[in-house]
Design a binder for this molecule. Structure first.
Ligand code: NAD
Length: 450
């Protein structure tokens, strides 16, 4: 948080339900520690995979150095007078990693642990992600180190507007286009768009993930979760898993986790465990994802959901037996100390960098198939791309059209990554990084940058 509120600590809880407005009712929930996270940083995780792929591709050191570093890193002061009457100074960041393939693109995170190292890592991940799904963007990320669960709606709005005032010069529909991430949602995007508009005139394409009433795209809110489910259904037959009878566990029940769970359930799959920042529950007969989403939307948390499930130690979530485990919370949550307890057959990474390299090696050795973040959670940025295209044309597609086009892109990307993994005899993550890096290298060298 900002200087004055930093001592209040933070549970890492999200802004609201991920489906509407930031919800201050979360403050009233008794805070319990979530599962432990690794000491390895998001940046170390991304660098590990980049270096491995750069080595396999035989990239010269100087070229790798260009691709590894950010184009621009902006750190700004975000001073806001909160309802206690004092000015609190938050730190805001926007990192533009690589723009060889198009305008910079990436979410904005509101979370107490946001810092430059994390934003830099997430920006780089976006560069490889947009290249893996082959949409015409570069990679960026932003964030403010505030804790939305402890802020009033008006305070959040002031932070969003103040942040936009400080970074608008490096943004724009042809330059860099933010979107929602942890702790932000469609409402925050509306405030960002409005603030940008005051300075530049009405410009809906300057931000994606906006509310439908403000030229947001149908299907954007569910898009990341939908993409997770689409790649799962592609991957499942390779492991003889029938998606309509699969069991799954979700870690994190915000935008990505709740939509992935609901869409898995729509297919007939059964959620046997779920956690958020406040606790975890398990239920072999199945936990109703729609009812849980409604409960969370009304201000409840996973642990106090009265749906026939039992509360478990959040540390034990990973040990639940299931066909597929879906991390959908923060980075580094699957690590060397808990990976060997996992009893899933497949992991589909809804979150960014949820798995440390050591945990990845443990799971791979044990034969767990991992569909990596740069592929699995790209559904959000794909529909953000659709939103941007619609905004630039002042036109709107139907939800069916959006979902169908999303499915085409996700399935094609899955096949390309999976085929390359088979050809190389590697898991999917190294194959995905190689594919993404290769595409960025081609664009950068064609432009004459490298
Ligand atoms: P969100 O703020 O809507 O939800 C985050 C969820 O994680 C909340 O339920 C929160 O309680 C939970 N959580 C936090 N700490 C936890 C802990 N220690 N244990 C268990 N649960 C915990 O965020 P989101 O938009 O759903 O993003 C989740 C992840 O997906 C992030 O890694 C994000 O970068 C990634 N992602 C999001 C999008 C998107 O479109 N929103 C797109 C791609 C990737």
């Amino acid at each position: 948080m900002g200087d004055e509120v930093a001592e209040e600590g933070g549970s890492g809880e999200h802004a609201g339900d991920g489906h509407g407005e930031p919800d201050k009712s979360a403050r009233t929930t008794e805070e319990k520690p979530g599962p432990s996270r690794a000491e390895v940083s998001n940046y170390e995780i991304v660098e590990h995979w980049f270096n491995l792929a750069a080595g396999r591709l035989g990239l010269p050191d100087d070229v790798a150095a260009v691709l590894r570093s950010s184009y621009r890193e902006v750190q700004v002061q975000v001073p806001v007078r909160l309802s206690d009457g004092k000015i609190h100074v938050f730190s805001g960041y926007r990192v533009q990693h690589n723009g060889a393939r198009g305008p910079y693109k990436g979410g904005i995170r509101f979370h107490p642990e946001v810092d430059l190292d994390e934003v830099r890592a997430l920006a780089e991940l976006m560069t490889w992600k947009t290249a893996v799904v082959n949409i015409p963007y570069g990679g960026a990320k932003g964030g403010v180190n505030c804790d939305p669960s402890k802020l009033e709606r008006a305070e959040l709005q002031s932070i969003a507007r103040s942040f936009m005032d400080k970074i608008e010069k490096v943004l724009g529909p042809q330059r860099d286009i933010p979107a929602p991430d942890v702790g932000t949602n469609a409402q925050v995007m509306a405030w960002l768009m409005d603030e940008y508009g005051k300075l530049h005139g009405h410009t809906p394409a300057c931000v994606t993930g906006k509310p439908i009433a403000l030229e947001g795209s149908f299907g954007r809110e569910a898009a990341t979760g939908r993409g997770v489910v689409q790649v799962f259904t592609e991957a499942a037959p390779e492991l003889d898993i029938d998606p309509s009878r699969a069991t799954f566990v979700v870690q994190g029940f915000g935008n990505v986790g709740s939509w992935a769970a609901r869409l898995m359930q729509d297919m007939g799959a059964r959620m046997v465990g779920v956690a958020d920042a406040n606790g975890a529950i398990a239920g072999g007969d199945g936990i109703d994802a729609d009812k849980l989403a409604e409960h969370v939307r009304e201000g409840g948390s996973v642990a106090d959901f009265d749906g026939g499930a039992e509360e478990i130690d959040p540390e034990d979530l990973v040990a639940l037996e299931c066909d597929v485990f879906i991390p959908a919370a923060l980075g580094g949550m699957i690590h060397a100390d808990n990976a060997d307890r996992m009893r899933c057959r497949m992991m589909v990474e809804g979150a960014n960098s949820p798995t440390t390299p050591k945990a990845d090696a443990i799971l791979t050795d044990r034969g767990v198939t991992i569909v990596p973040d740069v592929l699995a959670n790209a559904g959000g940025v794909v529909v953000s791309y659709f939103e941007w295209v619609q905004n630039l044309q002042h036109f709107r597609w139907s939800e069916d059209e959006v979902n169908e086009k999303l499915g085409e892109i996700m399935r094609r990307a899955y096949r390309e990554v999976s085929d390359r993994a088979h050809e190389n005899g590697t898991p999917m993550r190294p194959a995905a990084y190689e594919l993404g890096i290769e595409r960025v290298v081609e664009a950068a060298s064609t432009r004459g940058y490298i």
